[in-house]
Design a protein around this ligand. Structure first.
Ligand SMILES: [Zn+2]
Length: 378
């Protein structure tokens, strides 16, 4: 599934109608969850049937397109299914018991309830929510109208701090012919450099969060100085939300571009399966680690790896930074020691590059139960 995104341009009344649709989605999702909590042995199908009951009992809910109502019930089931999976797989820690939602921001239509105009400039929502006709604002290069209608599997409206967006889910496979580079790389993700590969190339850490922090702090201070329920407070809150949105976009952009560049220039990628959750618990490093956004980056690497059909291999973290990449001698070192110096074979190498070499070697060895991981990112 490919996602094409446009910003929506409409009137205040139309935005209010979108908000109402978003509220109905949340209402149905939460009602379904309630039913699941109260009734033993409920199935996905039961929830789908319950949608019809809700539409009958609550006239306002019936205004939302029926497939969109079904999609809301599916969301509830998705939360339930994830909880079941976590329990079945004995996931350590919390199992994620489904929660009621209070901050839903989107509504998902399937193949009915909307109409896209032939030139791809406007979309009209035709169900009882009365959202009406909205202008699509986007990159002129992305032509959603070029796809046959039956390929448009879903249309989702998303509310963000700076407005409303429309995402089209298109059933298509991006065809990318990978140009072989005969490079196999291991990558080490770190704080000093964001990424170091087994050939010694590095990508600097952008530290976007830290940079933005000062600005966000100022915006927060301004917010806290305003009177409750005043117009100024409303405005200040909007500024803060926009500030967060901006950093989030910059981080996403960095992760995506770095991942794409890496995948395009490699035939095999090996990375260390970091337990990022556990590492973030280390308070001294937490801020930098959360800032580094490794998890997000790895998701993109796996996604692009899938598109390019190259192996992306996760290896268990196991002394990769301690062992010598030439002779396997274990050389204990603290986090602050940046250079690997081997007393046995005399290898002197940047700590991260040494780790990256070990990661690649482990992946190529293939005896440690490695697995290929291709993931779909939406
Ligand atoms: Zn050595």
């Amino acid at each position: 599934m490919l996602i094409y995104e446009y910003k929506l341009d409409g009137t205040k009344q139309q935005y209010a109608a979108i908000d109402e649709a978003i509220r109905i989605v949340q209402f149905i999702r939460n009602k379904c969850l309630r039913l699941w909590m109260d009734t033993r042995g409920i199935s996905k199908n039961d929830l789908q049937c319950y949608c019809a009951v809700l539409a009958k009992d609550f006239p306002f809910a019936s205004r939302l397109n029926s497939q969109a109502r079904q999609a809301s019930a599916s969301r509830a089931w998705f939360a339930v299914a994830r909880f079941y999976d976590n329990c079945k797989n004995h996931k350590p820690g919390k199992k994620g018991y489904p929660k009621f939602q209070h901050d839903n921001r989107s509504v998902e239509y399937k193949q009915t309830g909307w109409k896209l105009e032939a030139n791809g400039k406007h979309i009209t929502f035709t169900d009882g929510c009365d959202i009406g006709r909205l202008r699509l604002v986007g990159n002129p290069g992305q032509k959603i109208e070029a796809f046959p209608l039956e390929r448009l599997k879903r249309v989702r409206i998303v509310r963000r701090a700076d407005g409303y967006y429309c995402q089209f889910g298109v059933q298509a496979t991006r065809e990318i012919v990978h140009q072989p580079s005969s490079r196999q790389v291991g990558i080490d993700l770190g704080l000093k450099s964001f990424l170091t590969d087994s050939e010694g190339h590095t990508v600097a850490n952008p530290r976007l969060w830290r940079k933005a922090e000062k600005r966000l702090k100022r915006l927060h201070r301004r917010l806290s100085r305003t009177q409750k329920q005043s117009q100024n407070r409303k405005k200040a809150r909007k500024h803060v939300a926009n500030g967060y949105l901006k950093v989030q976009r910059q981080r996403e952009d960095f992760a995506r571009k770095t991942a794409n560049a890496l995948v395009t220039s490699s035939d095999l990628i090996a990375y260390e399966d970091l337990k990022i959750r556990n590492m973030v618990r280390n308070r001294h490093l937490a801020k930098s680690i959360a800032d580094a956004g490794w998890g997000n980056f790895l998701r993109w690497v796996k996604y692009y790896g899938g598109l390019h059909a190259i192996p992306v291999i996760a290896i268990e973290p196991d002394f990769t930074s301690q062992d010598c990449s030439t002779c396997s001698t274990r050389v204990k070192k603290s986090l602050s020691l940046r250079t690997h110096i081997c007393p046995t074979c005399g290898l002197v190498l940047d700590r991260d590059e040494n780790a990256a070499r070990n990661i690649l070697a482990k992946a190529l060895e293939g005896t440690l139960g490695h697995r290929e991981t291709h993931e779909q990112v939406s």
